[in-house]
Design a protein around this ligand. Structure first.
Ligand SMILES: *[C@@H]1O[C@H](CO)[C@@H](O)[C@H](O)[C@H]1NC(C)=O
Ligand SMILES: *[C@@H]1O[C@H](CO)[C@@H](O)[C@H](O)[C@H]1NC(C)=O
Ligand SMILES: *[C@@H]1O[C@H](CO)[C@@H](O)[C@H](O)[C@H]1NC(C)=O
Ligand SMILES: *[C@@H]1O[C@H](CO)[C@@H](O)[C@H](O)[C@H]1NC(C)=O
Ligand SMILES: *[C@@H]1O[C@H](CO)[C@@H](O)[C@H](O)[C@H]1NC(C)=O
Length: 278
């Protein structure tokens, strides 16, 4: 008898034993967790279990590096490591000659660690355009990422990305704006949010450093408008007071000497001051 036909006979015998009553496979395989979210190059725990009372064998099917942590008849727990891309793992158990499997999806993520905000230019005249740009170098999955441009606590612009290449990508968002007074008073920042809840993970947030926009008002013109009349008035007052001093000085002298007259005072002015332009 060849080994193949012996195996066939063995299987047929087992099938007869197993399913003669119900005619159905009466056990199940479970994975815990049901899906796994792991940081890129990171590791995670997987527990394969079954409700079969006496499984013949079981295990975890994967190309990843795995370490058997605990080996019980009805469950086996593993540590899988160096996960570098999304993949599917398979837990299996053999019970009474039948095999059941359960797959487990693994999602890999990379946190938006470095969020950079740039204002271009960093100083701008009131009413003139400037650009707010935010970059995150390597992040995945990009379709779980939302970048939000903030001025103080106010959202200026928010963008969620759509999935492209599976590899980690740079995410970038930019907004053109024109400078107003508020822009000069509040800090600009950029928030990156990686929402992995749909994949069984949690929400990670990271925020850029604050950036300040120097809003340059055309103050030179305003100053000229204010300074010019002030200087004119001061000059006028100065000249008037000098004249009055002179006149009253003359008046006082006239009272002492008897006669008074602006004309006489004028005559007494030194020749240089009286010289008139030709
Ligand atoms: C694995 O799962 C089984 C069945 O749910 C449970 O009894 C066991 O405690 C789990 N083991 C670990 C290490 O979590
Ligand atoms: C992790 O996996 C990558 C490829 O996926 C491989 O190049 C690297 O050597 C692995 N690192 C370790 C520590 O096993
Ligand atoms: C597992 O991933 C496959 C695609 O790779 C998808 O079709 C399936 O719905 C995922 N299962 C779960 C439980 O997320
Ligand atoms: C902002 O303006 C520049 C030119 O000044 C243009 O190239 C760019 O596409 C604009 N960006 C957005 C997001 O509108
Ligand atoms: C702007 O940011 C700086 C430093 O990050 C902080 O000291 C300052 O209080 C912030 N100003 C406002 C108006 O929030």
């Amino acid at each position: 008898m060849s080994s193949l036909s012996r195996w066939g006979l063995h299987a047929a015998l087992l099938a007869l034993l197993c399913c003669s009553e119900s005619g159905e496979v009466a056990f199940e395989v479970y994975t815990w967790p049901e899906r796994l979210v792991v940081e890129s190059r990171g590791s995670g725990m997987v527990n394969c279990s079954t409700n079969c009372a006496q499984p013949e064998s079981g295990g975890l099917e994967t190309n990843l590096e795995k370490t058997l942590l605990e080996d019980q008849p009805q469950w086996k727990s593993y540590l899988i490591s160096n996960v570098s891309q999304d993949m599917v793992l398979i837990c299996y158990f053999n019970c009474a000659g039948k095999q059941q499997t359960k797959s487990l999806n693994i999602s890999v993520y990379q946190l938006p660690k470095q969020v950079t905000l740039k204002l271009q230019p960093m100083w701008v005249t009131l009413g003139k355009p400037f650009t707010i740009e935010c970059r995150v170098p390597t992040v995945e999955p990009i379709e779980s990422l939302t970048l939000t441009l903030l001025r103080g606590k106010e959202t200026l612009h928010s963008q969620t990305f759509t999935g492209g290449a599976p590899a980690p990508q740079e995410a970038r968002v930019a907004l053109n704006s024109t400078a107003n007074k508020e822009d000069g008073l509040l800090n600009f920042s950029c928030q990156a949010e990686l929402d992995l809840r749909a994949r069984g993970g949690s929400v990670f947030r990271s925020i850029s450093e604050n950036q300040v926009l120097e809003v340059y008002e055309p103050t030179l013109n305003n100053q000229t408008i204010i300074i010019f009349p002030v200087v004119s008035v001061l000059l006028f007052l100065f000249v008037t007071s000098v004249l009055l001093c002179f006149i009253f000085g003359q008046h006082w002298r006239q009272r002492r000497t008897g006669t008074y007259g602006v004309r006489a005072a004028w005559k007494r002015l030194p020749q240089v001051f009286r010289a008139q332009p030709a």
